[in-house]
Write a protein that binds this ligand. Structure first.
Ligand code: KG4
Ligand code: ZN
Length: 346
């Protein structure tokens, strides 16, 4: 079975083609990052229009890269949420139209589940595993028990970690997306220069809070007595990156303890922020303390991409979990709701 997957929930128009035996046949991405950079964040209306404009070319380009025609494709998967609704509707409608015209099964993919299952494509990770899902819109710790079967261990009570990187980057005058820009600047900085708050770290749960961190960075940047002529901005970037990595790794350790009785096989990190090298090092230590391997998909598959959507199509369609053409587009779609959908339809 070869599946074509469409991702349009944020600012990447992306299409992947994946085979059931875990081969990536195409991975095309048309990024709108440059378009949104001037605004310091994604503008939903502009994103939706750009998806409509580019999706056709990206799909045909992916087929070309794979050396395949429509007759080789056995199913269509498209992100149906959560995400910016205009973009989601463009991708979902495109996917449904192709599936209808070619009489192919359709998988309405949850974007978060796609991030969660990527490690099974790249590293064949067996269920159950603990997942740290950290992106621009999401920050959660989950126990992944199976397709559609997630136990939420904790999550952010305000901003996501990626959002914190993005907002802090804006304060530091860095371009969007902020994570990679902060990581690059931090390379010349001292991570111990500024002691930033570590909210909720004293609480024995898996919840995060990042909005205070953003405020602390604003105070530093707006300080009247800013030490000039030093590595000020790089030191702020390095201190922030170190603090976020410390918080994420610390809460992940708690999640591993909380899920220990379910005997997870692996610690997996996914989502855009998992591309961060300092975070990877911190998580490697956390995993080692629980004698578990750490799996982080390669950066190109950690940030939004079409391959993860296609792979989720493989996982769902091979279980017979196809969706009707009335599948809704959802701006909000927590993984916990997915459990109910999967269980009632099984
Ligand atoms: O998963 P993703 O591509 O899109 C969402 O679904 O949100 O994640 C994008 C987020 C952005 O906030 C971006 O700043 C962050 O991931 N990010 C990083 C890095 N690369 C991307 N954050 C920290 N370090 C990085 N190297
Ligand atoms: Zn994402």
């Amino acid at each position: 079975m070869i599946i074509l997957g469409i991702e349009t929930s944020c600012d990447e128009t992306a299409v992947g083609i994946v085979s059931e035996d875990r081969r990536i046949l195409a991975n095309r991405i048309a990024s709108q990052a440059a378009t949104h950079q001037a605004y310091g964040g994604v503008v939903p209306e502009i994103a939706a229009r750009a998806h409509l404009q580019h999706l056709d070319h990206v799909v045909l380009g992916a087929l070309d890269d794979a050396g395949l025609g429509w007759s080789d494709i056995g199913g269509i998967a498209a992100t149906c949420g959560p995400g910016l609704i205009g973009g989601v509707m463009v991708g979902a409608m495109f996917g449904k139209a192709v599936a209808a015209a070619r009489k192919l099964p359709f998988a309405a993919v949850n974007h978060l589940e796609a991030h969660a299952l990527t490690a099974r494509l790249t590293d064949d990770v067996p269920f159950p595993y603990v997942l740290l899902l950290v992106s621009g819109g999401h920050c959660q710790l989950l126990l992944v028990r199976g397709v559609g079967d997630y136990r939420l261990l904790g999550g952010t009570i305000d901003d996501a970690a990626g959002e914190c990187f993005d907002k802090a980057a804006k304060l530091l005058g860095l371009p969007y997306p902020g994570g990679p820009a902060i990581a690059a600047l931090a390379e010349q900085g001292d991570p111990r220069r500024f002691a930033l708050p570590r909210p909720l770290m004293d609480q024995d749960n898996c919840d995060f809070s990042f909005s205070g961190l953003k405020t602390a960075v604003r105070r530093l940047v707006e300080r009247e007595d800013k030490p000039e002529g030093t590595n000020f901005r790089a030191d702020v970037a390095a201190s922030l990156q170190e603090t976020i990595a410390h918080i994420l790794a610390g809460k992940t350790a708690r999640a591993l303890a909380l899920a220990a009785h379910e005997k997870p096989t692996t610690l997996v990190a996914a989502g855009g922020v998992a591309a961060n090298k300092v975070l990877r090092l911190a998580l490697a230590k956390t995993a080692a303390q629980s004698s578990l391997p750490l799996v982080v998909p390669p950066p190109a598959l950690c940030t939004d991409n079409g391959v993860m959507i296609a792979w989720t199509g493989v996982e769902r369609l091979r279980l017979g979990l196809s969706d009707g053409f009335d599948a809704p587009a959802r701006p909000r779609w927590p993984l916990a709701e997915l459990v109910k959908v999967a269980k009632t339809s099984a």
